[in-house]
Design a protein around this ligand. Structure first.
Ligand SMILES: Nc1ncnc2c1ncn2[C@@H]1O[C@H](COP(=O)(O)OP(=O)(O)O)[C@@H](O)[C@H]1O
Ligand SMILES: [Mg+2]
Length: 203
């Protein structure tokens, strides 16, 4: 069993993300108990699957399409002292510090590199074309990996919202509603980015 301690914590959120104590290239995501979610919210997720199980299932769906834009992940959950963890490649910059997310750039008014905006446009086009209904296009879910002085790679790290469904019918049977929702989410992300100051170019 992997033992996680507070000094390994990278980020606190819906799940907490830790560095893997035995492998510096990996991170582990720990689920907070479902009791924290409202009944209404629980209904939107697959009732039988935890967020980590959803990430695992959705990773295998997304991997063939988005290999360039998602981290490598393990195909089973890892036992830890804090429960079962989803294990993924730790996204770090050239200097080995964990990469910042788009939200960090927006909050600090740092221009988002043009290269990242082009990759984001391509990513959004790809998910639309392939009908990959990823609805949580939150700026916290996109990391900006600095691979060298002026080279960047966009990485999408949170797969649990794929096909997240508020409708009574399965998402696959409601492609019109799903596309409409995806388009709204894309528009909202573009608005957040384009409305922030200092951007090198518009999305
Ligand atoms: N593979 C990763 N590499 C580096 N940091 C990560 C990675 N995955 C998650 N993080 C950090 O954890 C935060 C939340 O991760 P996420 O998967 O979106 O979890 P959740 O939304 O369920 O809380 C991210 O914004 C990022 O700061
Ligand atoms: Mg997230």
């Amino acid at each position: 069993m992997v033992i996680l301690t507070p000094n390994l914590l990278i980020s606190v959120g819906t799940r907490d993300t830790y560095r893997h104590p035995q492998d510096p290239c990996k991170c582990l995501k720990i689920e907070k108990t479902h009791a924290h979610y409202s009944e209404r919210r629980k209904r939107f997720y697959d009732k039988n699957l935890s967020h980590n199980e959803l990430d695992l299932k959705n990773y295998s769906i997304l991997k063939p399409h988005l290999i360039k834009y998602i981290p490598c992940c393990e195909d089973t959950l890892v036992e830890t002292n804090l429960g079962k963890a989803f294990c993924s490649e730790l996204i770090v910059d050239q200097d080995q510090t964990p990469s910042e997310c788009i939200l960090d750039y927006l909050l600090s008014n740092t221009p988002i590199p043009g290269q990242i905006l082009s990759q984001l446009t391509e990513f959004l086009e790809l998910i639309r074309q392939k009908s990959l209904f990823i609805f949580d296009l939150n700026p916290k879910n996109f990391l900006i990996k600095k691979t060298s002085h002026s080279q960047y790679q966009l990485i999408f790290i949170d797969f649990k919202s794929l096909n997240l469904n508020k409708l009574l019918i399965p998402m696959k049977r409601a492609p019109f509603f799903a596309s409409r929702k995806l388009n709204r989410r894309i528009k909202r992300l573009k608005k957040w980015i384009n409305h922030s100051e200092n951007q090198e170019k518009q999305l």
